[in-house]
Design a protein around this ligand. Structure first.
Ligand code: XMP
Length: 593
């Protein structure tokens, strides 16, 4: 099969590039720079981004005879710099790291910008940049901060920004223009991939049975249906572990859904007490994930041992692409987080060949397409995604009441930046996870609000969010408050039933009020270890628009509607300030952890 090879230099978006190429109807495959060899099937090559500096001694290189083969090559971000260096260009390590929206001016007669306007809004995420190119190379785009934002020569193309993320409005067209340089054929799609996946399951399973751990989310549901269609209802068994981190009535609803679909082989295991006991007083997000993952495997293993007394079983996981890549896809990729289905115990089972992950090549929207191809009801396939560790990563735990960090200086700087937006703000004494330029961050959120007589606008909020996060190293996330924020006190907060019940109630009300808003792709509700002046706990709502969770933009809720839903929630006793997350991904992840 003709394909485009994506060389993975450890960037967070490598698989997203591959995915976009498939969306354009061409099969794409991710390859490792050290083992990659060109063959007749490869009609194009893309060098991905990566967390390193091309000038670093231990940076990823590729041993590829780019001169003597006639295959078009596109370099993106790190790949753009590496390709430039390979052909004799020079790279400068930048003082000004750039993350976020940037305007570029491009040459409309350039191949990659064919059909596009001169001014383009793109998504940058880099430290270094190309400062010199060989003579036969043409600079095809520049921004205010870098002269060489894009280049091309006969068969080499470079983009400093990321065309693959949805923030780059016309990124798909740029990729399409590259693909057209490689081929005019377009023949890959989810429908044909479905049969390939079914065949692969049959081949791996042979005459064994399958056990699937149902989380209740879209992924495990689609994986279950795929397995049933591959090996038959009677050969598939499923287990749902109720961790205590599910949303209100969620486990009950899952059972009802499957009953409606006619699946009977489901066992529910009540494990709330066990989870809460093991997680008591645990604060670190990575540690929480590891404990949850390990316990999940222990409980599942116990069940498997019982089942295996009768038959030989393989464990099915509904892992999808983002789950695998954020756990570090290559040895040089930075770890963003350990997904619960990539903890050590699971890795061991994968190596032993005891796990199959039939949809691990797919992104969320592809999983949904596959679900529809398999004939699953629309309302099930289009539910908001819900993470495996559930509400456990939506309670920001704390074992302190005083912060150790002093950020008085940063807070002063924050308020200087906010002057131009007619806003004020403060840095919060807590931390949340984020992702910037292929690295995981664990920094402070800042809360901002408009001054009394300022007029509220989403344009201002978006611009402010990107500016503050670019300028303030200690801040990786911005939240907005409709009202001025008074003193906030750091409070102890652990994964305890009472807090979780409170979060469940807040989440249920907010979901009910926003369920009909189609543009919201997912809406985590997060409990913070912060008490306001009335000693009440504060929360964050994080409604995002996304296609595949790899990148996300902020849903711009009508301010009056926001006020209305917040006041409904605040009718519950003990609910304090409710903030609205105004951070895109990147630099903020969707979940706070
Ligand atoms: P982040 O927070 O990385 O999340 O922007 C991207 C998407 O993945 C979901 N998520 C998870 N799903 N196990 C899962 O099954 C996990 O450990 C996990 N962590 C995050 C998240 O809800 C979002 O849709």
């Amino acid at each position: 099969m003709k394909k485009i090879a994506i060389v993975d230099f450890g960037g967070q978006y490598t698989h997203l590039i591959a995915r976009r190429i498939r969306d354009l109807g061409i099969y794409s495959e991710i390859v490792h720079p050290e083992s990659f060899e060109v063959n007749d099937d490869i009609i194009g090559i893309i060098f991905s981004g990566g967390p390193q500096s091309v000038n670093a001694e231990d940076a990823f290189r590729i041993n590829l005879d780019i001169v003597n083969n006639n295959i078009p090559i596109l370099g993106i971000c790190y790949g753009h710099q590496l390709l430039a260096k390979m052909v004799g260009g020079e790279i400068e390590s930048g003082e000004n790291k750039e993350y976020g929206f940037t305007n570029i001016t491009c040459q409309t007669d350039a191949i990659l910008f064919n059909g596009l306007e001169k001014e383009q809004k793109v998504w940058m995420s880099h430290g270094d940049h190309v400062c010199k190119l060989p003579k036969d190379f043409k600079i095809t785009a520049s921004s205010d901060s870098i002269k060489i934002a894009a280049y091309e020569s006969e068969k080499y193309f470079g983009l400093q920004f990321h065309p693959e993320v949805t923030h780059t409005k016309n990124g798909m067209q740029m990729l399409e223009n590259f693909v057209t340089c490689c081929t005019n054929e377009r023949n890959w799609n989810v429908k044909s991939f479905k049969q390939q996946l079914i065949n692969e399951i049959r081949e791996k399973v042979k005459n064994r049975k399958l056990v699937l751990l149902l989380s209740g989310g879209v992924d495990s549901l689609v994986a279950l249906e795929l397995c049933i269609q591959a090996v038959g209802n009677e050969n598939v068994y499923s287990i749902h572990i109720d961790t205590g981190f599910m949303r209100l009535n969620e486990s009950k609803e899952i059972l009802e859904h499957f009953d409606e679909l006619g699946f009977k082989n489901i066992k529910i295991i009540e494990a709330e007490e066990q989870y809460l006991k093991e997680l008591y007083c645990v604060v670190d997000p990575e540690e929480k994930r590891k404990i949850i993952g390990k316990l999940f495997v222990d409980i599942a293993n116990k069940e498997l041992v019982e089942l295996s007394k009768k038959d030989e079983f393989l464990l099915v996981q509904g892992t999808i692409y983002p789950d695998t890549i954020e756990s570090g896809s290559t040895d040089k990729a930075a770890l963003i987080k350990t997904h619960h289905n990539r903890v050590n115990e699971i890795e061991k089972l994968i190596k032993e060949g005891k796990i199959i992950e039939p949809i691990k090549e797919l992104y969320k929207d592809e999983v949904r397409k596959l679900g529809e191809e398999l004939g699953l009801p629309h309302k099930l396939v289009h539910r908001h995604p819900f993470p495996g560790p559930g509400l456990a990563i939506r309670v920001i735990c704390s074992d302190k009441t005083e912060t150790e960090d002093d950020y008085t200086k940063e807070e002063k700087y924050l308020n200087e930046i906010l002057l131009e937006f007619d806003m004020q703000g403060k840095i919060l004494p807590i931390k949340s996870v984020g992702v910037q330029g292929d690295f995981r961050t664990y920094h402070h959120p800042a809360v901002v609000w408009f001054k009394e007589d300022a007029s509220k606008s989403w344009n201002v909020l978006n611009e402010c969010s990107s500016k503050v996060i670019n300028k303030l190293k200690t801040v990786n996330r911005l939240v907005y408050s409709l009202e001025p924020v008074g003193d906030l006190q750091l409070a102890k907060l652990f994964l305890e039933k009472q807090n979780l019940d409170e979060l469940r109630n807040v989440d249920a009300i907010l979901r009910k009020r926003t369920d009909d808003i189609k543009a919201i792709w997912q809406m985590p509700v997060v409990q913070l270890p912060l008490r306001n002046t009335e000693d009440k706990l504060c929360y964050v709502i994080r409604p995002v628009c996304s296609m595949d969770a790899m990148s996300a933009s902020v849903y711009e809720m009508d301010f009056d509607y926001l006020k209305d839903i917040i006041s409904e929630v605040q009718k519950i006793e003990n609910i304090g300030d409710i903030f609205y997350d105004i951070t895109t991904k990147p630099p903020g992840t969707i979940e706070w952890e």
